[in-house]
Design a protein around this ligand. Structure first.
Ligand code: GLU
Ligand code: ZN
Length: 467
């Protein structure tokens, strides 16, 4: 790699907490991070943030890695493949964090806090009553070593708090939100090590981004106000600051954060329903990011169309009808073999070719399978009226015509046209409705060929009598 390319290479990461399924919103930030790294010839790192031992589960880690692979979001360093900054699971990085905790404590930049949950609750209550925003009052900041020893002797397990420097202005330029300015006086001393010795999110998340060489952090803008805390930590440790970009939240049609009540929210659910990776990626590419191309893009060409300065801060509206649109576009570009594998039912090649333009999700093929080799569902209103309008004589004639033509629709309609004088839609619609149970669908002639002749005849004849 040339020096100039090296200096432009962007190193990004996805840092999920393995506490649930991969949410579409997280998949989107992972995707943008992936695109940015690929576009610049940089690296994309997967780091698992599993220091919260109670909520983290190995099965969630494995599932989210499987969903990322399925989407095509491959990583260059990660827990399964290692890399220069290994280990990539934070639960395994405790020793490293411990040296940094010791360093901060030795410099007076962090101190043990013995406050109990009740102490903290009481303090917050008092602050609220005084009309102040609740934040840590600094109670343990000035404890003498004798006072600390006394609390240790009582068996109190301390957390470690970062001593927020007073009168400091923290500034950075967010890739999405532009220049940011925070005042340290608004920020209370916060916990960087839990009382069980594990690192709190603020801490391990910030130091790992720095030491893993991340140049651009992309994440949801619910983290925007965390960033000044994290920058103070990095400054206190003498660690390099990465760049930050906070993208707008993913919301449902009603503007509320995308959640269960909107329907599917996890990549896993969309995958189970039969959505295709390219469909999901085409939708995500336009959610909170303006693409310079309106049409469908292959995953391989997407990095060239990503621009960090086209990321938006407004909430991005997830719209399943848009996803369905991209799903159709994706299906149109698939080979017969791919469609057949996606349908997954061992259908004949003729069947797949016939129905592929009438299905968006694999379940949509089920009624067509019934049309060729099963029973028709009860007729809908439109179908009933089309059939009633044609009348029993029409179907009696159609049954006779079928006996001469068998499954050759061209021949059948020719005979029927001569017998009834009907043509065009008046001729085709009642036939289609009777034979398939629907007035829309794949081409009728090949569909008729796929049906057992006795089935087709029975369907025509069933409307030949007034009931
Ligand atoms: N583990 C954090 C989360 O899932 C990471 C946030 C970040 O990207 O910095 O919310
Ligand atoms: Zn305290």
């Amino acid at each position: 790699m040339s020096a100039s390319k090296d200096s432009l290479a962007v190193i990004t990461r996805f840092a999920p907490s393995p506490t649930g399924s991969l949410h579409l919103g997280n998949a989107r930030t992972a995707f943008f991070s992936h695109l940015w790294a690929r576009k610049s010839g940089g690296r994309f790192i997967l780091r698992i943030e599993d220091t919260d031992v109670e909520r983290s589960q190995l099965r969630f880690r494995d599932e989210l890695m499987a969903e990322m692979r399925w989407l095509g979001l491959t990583w260059d360093e990660g827990p399964d493949i290692g890399g220069p900054s290994a280990p990539y699971s934070q639960a395994e990085r405790g020793d490293f964090y411990a040296t940094l905790f010791a360093q901060l404590a030795a410099n007076g930049a962090a101190y043990p806090c013995y406050c109990t949950a009740q102490d903290l609750e009481l303090s917050r209550k008092l602050q609220r009553m005084a009309g102040k925003p609740p934040r840590y009052a600094g109670t343990c900041r000035t404890l003498s070593s004798a006072q600390r020893a006394e609390r240790e002797a009582r068996g109190l397990k301390p957390t470690l708090r970062f001593a927020v420097p007073s009168n400091q202005i923290i500034e950075f330029t967010d890739v999405v939100h532009g220049p940011q300015r925070f005042v340290s006086g608004d920020i209370g001393d916060f916990i960087i090590r839990r009382d069980d010795g594990t690192s709190a999110f603020f801490f391990c998340n910030a130091v790992d981004d720095s030491v893993m060489g991340i140049t651009q952090v992309l994440r949801g803008d619910d983290h925007l106000t965390n960033t000044p805390r994290q920058l103070m930590l990095l400054d206190a440790l003498g660690l390099r600051r990465p760049g930050y970009g906070h993208v707008g939240l993913l919301v449902g049609a009603d503007g509320a954060p995308l959640s269960k009540r909107h329907g599917s929210t996890s990549v896993h659910e969309f995958r189970e329903r039969g959505f295709l990776p390219a469909a999901i990626l085409n939708h995500l590419l336009r959610l909170g990011h303006t693409s310079d191309v309106d049409g469908w893009l292959s995953a391989a060409t997407m990095p060239a169309h990503f621009r960090a300065d086209h990321l938006g801060r407004a909430p991005a509206r997830f719209d399943e009808s848009q996803l369905l649109h991209w799903q159709k576009e994706t299906l149109e570009r698939m080979s017969a073999e791919q469609v057949s594998a996606w349908l997954g039912s061992g259908d004949s090649a003729d069947f797949v070719e016939l129905v592929r333009h009438n299905v968006v999700l694999p379940g949509d093929a089920i009624p067509w399978r019934a049309v060729v080799s099963g029973d028709l569902p009860p007729l809908g209103k439109d179908e009933q009226s089309v059939i009633a309008a044609a009348g029993p004589e029409f179907f009696a004639a159609a049954t006779d015509a079928f006996d001469q033509s068998s499954s050759d629709l061209k021949q059948l309609t020719k005979i029927l046209k001569e017998r009834t004088g009907r043509k065009g839609a008046d001729l085709f619609m009642p036939l289609r409705a009777a034979l398939t149970g629907q007035i829309h669908g794949p081409e009728l002639a090949p569909l008729l060929k796929l049906m057992p002749p006795e089935t087709a005849r029975r369907r025509l004849k069933s409307h030949a009598q007034n009931t």
